[in-house]
Design a protein around this ligand. Structure first.
Ligand code: NDP
Length: 293
């Protein structure tokens, strides 16, 4: 029997815990976790993401402010806003929704965020802290995957984890989390990317496979071994005439054929996706409570 790793349920559990801790933080120390959200331009997907983050804040008892600036906002304006939030005592987490319009240098903006308020975990200081095994903010999607692994009691110690994808947001931090010497990690890690001439050579060796590729259903049942644990990070919308809206969401693994061989698998949707915002809330709570810096 394949176990379905229910990220939606785990995220709901985590959010309930954060809401409870937030109420205690307010009562005992008079601190309300606060997030500042910056959206530049009219990207529809970004607007949806920012709205769902603001909604999560409301549900958990956080303070949040959303600033929506026009697409022609200058880089200087964005930097000035970030710097203002850096010193605002009501704000514990700053989130600049990516992508930014092309005339704005994303890395300059990310570098301007105080590392102690970088709840997305994208600032090189937090990336460095992760690599060095120091406390810091970890990118929300890989942090959420570690939470799924931990709360589902998946043993990682000595297991061969194969991560497909090396983006700064998912693949690289994921690999770094998996080999850390702690009870929920301690895996042997391989990272794959487009230079792998024979991807299946690597994926077939995985005890735990993390797919963060961005290519719909690219990993099939023939490319994995029996009993593999599969974490599918991919969110891809594909055309499907039989679906009510004419499209549907699929992951980076071909669910039916891979699930047939897997001992456990995250579905898409309802697997990794819901964990990302839950971890953003968790990071912001920790920032407000002074648990990280
Ligand atoms: P990127 O496009 O930034 O990175 C994809 C990585 O996969 C790259 O490192 C690329 O290699 C590698 N890759 C692409 N094709 C192949 C291939 N055929 N064989 C081997 N490696 C390959 O994507 P992200 O990391 O940002 O996202 C990955 C997926 O996760 C996407 O579907 C995205 O939508 C989803 N996602 C989901 C989130 C969630 O909340 N659940 C959050 C973030 C992302 P190379 O470096 O050589 O180009």
């Amino acid at each position: 029997m394949t176990r379905i790793l229910d990220g939606k349920a785990i995220a709901a559990e985590l959010r309930a815990e954060i809401a409870e801790k937030t109420a205690i933080l307010k009562q005992t120390r008079g601190i309300q976790p606060g997030i500042a959200l910056l959206l530049v331009g009219e990207n529809p997907a970004s607007q949806v993401y920012v709205r769902s983050k603001a909604k999560a804040c409301e549900e958990l008892g956080f303070y949040s402010e959303t600033l929506h600036k026009p697409a022609d906002t200058s880089e200087e304006d964005v930097l000035a806003q970030v710097r203002a939030w850096n010193t605002d005592p009501h704000i514990h987490g700053i989130l600049v929704q990516l992508p930014l319009p092309k005339h704005i240098d994303e890395m300059r903006v990310l570098l301007a965020i105080a590392p102690s308020k970088d709840v997305d975990g994208f600032h090189p200081e937090n990336v460095g802290r992760l690599v060095a095994g120091l406390p810091g903010f970890v990118s929300c999607t890989p942090a959420g995957i570690m939470e799924i692994i931990k709360r589902s009691n998946i043993e990682m110690r000595g297991k061969h984890a194969v991560v497909v994808g090396r983006s700064n947001i998912v693949g690289k931090p994921m690999a770094n989390l998996l080999y850390q010497k702690n009870p929920h990690a301690n895996a042997i890690v391989t990272i794959c990317h487009t230079a792998a001439a024979d991807l299946a050579y690597y994926t077939k060796q995985a005890d735990v496979l993390i797919a963060a590729v961005g290519v719909p259903e690219v990993i099939t049942g023939e490319q994995v071994k029996d009993g593999v644990v599969v974490i599918d990070v991919g969110i891809n919308r594909i055309v499907d005439a039989s679906a009510p809206k004419g499209t549907r969401l699929v992951g980076d693994v071909h669910y039916e054929s891979v699930a047939a061989k897997a001992s456990a698998i995250t579905p898409v949707p309802g697997g990794v996706g819901p964990m990302t915002i839950a971890m953003l809330m968790s990071n912001t709570y920790q920032s407000a409570a002074g648990e990280v810096y």
